[in-house]
Design a protein around this ligand. Structure first.
Ligand code: FNR
Length: 350
């Protein structure tokens, strides 16, 4: 199944390998540069079905660090377009971008909060810091929530103009959207807090606003944390309910990760540890899902698809080690996969 195509709207992925979004902390003023061009371009030469550009801030305060990527202005989008154009004209890969706002987890370096003078005032649904030693984030007003939804919408418009095939909204890992979802980080008493319906409202408004910018030539994914491993926190049952609603709002795939919102949460990490979360979301909500987390082997990836636990395989650290994992798998399994025509002699061993 790894080399069976799959379609989202008009976007056809030629295989199920996805380069998972990974911050590279290598941008100045949110701009992509030569490093990103080679970094993403090389995964396209490795046959990856979908390349997902790292968490990209929808506004300057939406970055985790001041070296993170951004798409809050046209210049940033034009630079990203060069990567999109290369991928489209030199491979069979599709390319997506993860739109993000770090919220209370912004203004950091090496996971440590940096002073407001060197960074910025952080934002959140409620004045609760991620870690007790961090400064208290500014709780967004209703007007400011509207502005943030608009920021995602405008970022999506730029991404569509740049030619991206997929937009992914970052709703996981304790960043702003996740902060709204969780009753542990969102204690608002207005229509954005309290009940499940209220806590998911911010994400649903972003989904609807982003969808207004999309047509059938750009599909929409949402990454969530399937659980945050905390008592009374966001859990797998909430994730299944959310996924059903996302499907009604024209989300094409739910990319199921976990954790990130609760400092010190205990996470049991083992091969494919998040696959059961993907499986539950896929089978209970009847949506397409992506599985991610310690998927490092070709047979393991195939097995996840065969068992019906996911539709796409997101690979992060392993694809840093091996940009050619998709092409390598196709050689091993005797399947068709894009391979640069310039490299064809490598298919003949003698
Ligand atoms: C990540 N991860 C991540 N996730 C995300 O949704 N957006 C991001 O920008 C990042 N950034 C990032 C940077 C780096 C260097 C790593 C290693 C990871 C998480 C990543 O996409 C993936 O979910 C996890 O790494 C688990 O998958 P692997 O590494 O076990 O395949």
């Amino acid at each position: 199944m790894l080399y069976t195509p799959i379609q989202f709207r008009n976007i056809k992925l030629s295989n199920r390998w996805v380069m998972s979004p990974m911050c590279m902390y290598s941008s100045e003023n949110g701009m992509a540069n030569d490093f990103h061009f080679v970094h993403y371009g090389s995964r396209s030469q490795g046959g990856t079905g979908l390349i997902m550009i790292e968490a990209t801030g929808v506004e300057p305060r939406g970055r985790i660090t001041n070296k993170c990527m951004g798409i809050w202005n046209d210049e940033q989008a034009e630079k990203l377009q060069q990567i999109v154009n290369f991928v489209h004209s030199n491979s069979e890969s599709k390319i997506g971008i993860q739109l993000a706002h770090a919220g209370r987890k912004g203004s950091t370096w090496n996971n440590i909060q940096i002073p407001v003078e060197e960074g910025w005032e952080t934002l959140a649904p409620s004045p609760i810091p991620y870690h007790p030693t961090e400064r208290i984030p500014h709780a967004l007003t209703l007007e400011e929530i509207k502005t943030q939804v608009q920021n995602f919408k405008e970022a999506a418009r730029r991404a569509v103009k740049a030619g991206f095939d997929i937009i992914e909204i970052h709703g996981a890992h304790g960043y702003l959207v996740h902060q709204f979802l969780s009753p542990l980080s969102n204690i608002r008493t207005d229509e954005y807090g309290g009940s499940f319906e209220n806590r998911i409202r911010f994400l649903i408004e972003i989904v609807d606003a982003v969808n207004e910018e999309l047509n059938d030539n750009t599909a929409l994914f949402v990454r969530i944390s399937g659980t945050e491993y905390a008592e009374n926190g966001w859990d797998i049952e909430s994730s299944v309910e959310l996924a059903k609603i996302l499907k009604q709002h024209k989300v094409d795939l739910v990319d199921v990760s976990s954790g990130g919102n609760i400092h010190g949460a205990k996470i049991a990490v083992f091969d494919g540890y998040q696959v059961p979360l993907s499986s539950q979301v896929k089978n209970k909500a009847e949506v397409k899902t992506g599985a991610v987390g310690l998927i490092t082997k070709i047979e393991q990836a195939e097995d996840i698809l065969q068992k019906g636990d996911a539709d796409l395989i997101f690979v992060a650290r392993e694809i840093l080690r091996n940009p050619y994992i998709a092409v390598q798998g196709s050689f091993e399994m005797n399947e068709n996969c894009f391979f640069p025509h310039q490299y064809l002699r490598a298919k003949i061993s003698s």
